[in-house]
Design a protein around this ligand. Structure first.
Ligand SMILES: C[S@@+](CC[C@H](N)C(=O)[O-])C[C@H]1O[C@@H](n2cnc3c(N)ncnc32)[C@H](O)[C@@H]1O
Length: 274
């Protein structure tokens, strides 16, 4: 009897769709909209509108935490950055333009196909993969920064998702999350107004009970060795017709933390959340 080849004895790579953090209904909803990622007037219009404030926040916070000059033309050069739930690449591309070596993962293969095509058209070298954070963490890869913007309110297992994101960080590495708070105000503005009245988002995009309170993020990340350094609200200013940062965390907010451990970077004082 012939020996089985080494190749056939290797287990197949894990299917991202089977990762515990993946909610198949949520991912299917995004996959169905994959062709629209780069239409700034389409289904992802709010993410396009949020991008200037998100990118400015990321640049400034990453530079402060990782010892970079935010005024440099490519301040993130030399950093390995993972964008979890990258969608079509709305955040991965600007991070690559700031100089980071970007890996983007998403549980929807359709999103990864669109992201790859757009990066090629934009002449950006981004390593996009159809993957979930648990599988990547199990493979042992580590990053200087992990981003998951507008993702945690769509996952099935928040603790497992955050644990995998934290495991993917080098000690001293930075993590940034963006989500919606589980408040009455977020229900009115993030669901009723955004989906039903203004129709900024397709109906059914958000389930209020999956919104995450800042204190929950602080506690869950602390359990994974991450110190929250900043919590900032993000809200729409109709007078300036743009999204801006503020202190009010009642609706949309950004959270930024640093993984404790050696490597000389400071964990800093923990941000307070209620
Ligand atoms: C609202 S979109 C955010 C896209 C992007 N981060 C941005 O802010 O422009 C959420 C994305 O997360 C992906 N996603 C949801 N759960 C995931 C998981 N467990 N692992 C990886 N991707 C996930 C979805 O497929 C979708 O593309």
């Amino acid at each position: 009897m012939s020996e089985p080849s080494r190749h056939s004895a290797e287990p197949p790579p894990p299917d991202p769709a089977e990762a515990a953090s993946v909610d198949p209904d949520e991912v299917a909803r995004f996959a169905a909209l994959a062709e629209r990622w780069w239409d700034s007037h389409g289904a992802f219009r709010p993410l396009h509108a949020l991008n200037p404030v998100r990118i400015g926040y990321l640049r400034d916070r990453l530079c402060a935490a990782l010892g970079r000059d935010p005024k440099a033309p490519h301040p993130l050069t030399g950093l390995r950055l993972l964008d979890v739930g990258c969608g079509g690449g709305l955040i991965a591309e600007p991070m690559a333009r700031l100089g980071a070596a970007v890996v983007g993962i998403d549980a929807a293969a359709e999103n990864i196909a669109v992201a790859k095509l757009h990066a090629a058209q934009s002449e950006l070298a981004i390593d996009y993969r159809h993957d979930a954070p648990e599988a990547l963490a199990a493979g042992g890869e580590r990053f200087d920064a992990v981003l998951a913007l507008e993702v945690v309110e769509h996952v099935a297992d928040l603790r497992g998702f955050l644990g995998a994101c934290a495991a993917l960080l080098e000690p001293g590495g930075a993590i940034c999350l963006a989500t919606l708070n589980r408040t009455a105000a977020a229900y009115l503005l993030g669901v009723v107004a955004a989906e039903r009245l203004l129709r900024w988002l397709p109906a059914g995009t958000h389930q209020w009970d999956k919104f995450v309170r800042p204190a929950e993020l602080v506690r869950l990340l602390r359990d994974e060795g991450v110190t929250m350094q900043d919590l900032s609200g993000v809200f729409y200013d109709p007078l300036r017709d743009r999204w801006v940062l503020g202190r009010n965390l009642q609706v949309n907010y950004l959270a930024f933390g640093v993984k404790r451990g050696k490597c000389g970077r400071k964990g800093g004082r923990e941000a307070q959340a209620s």
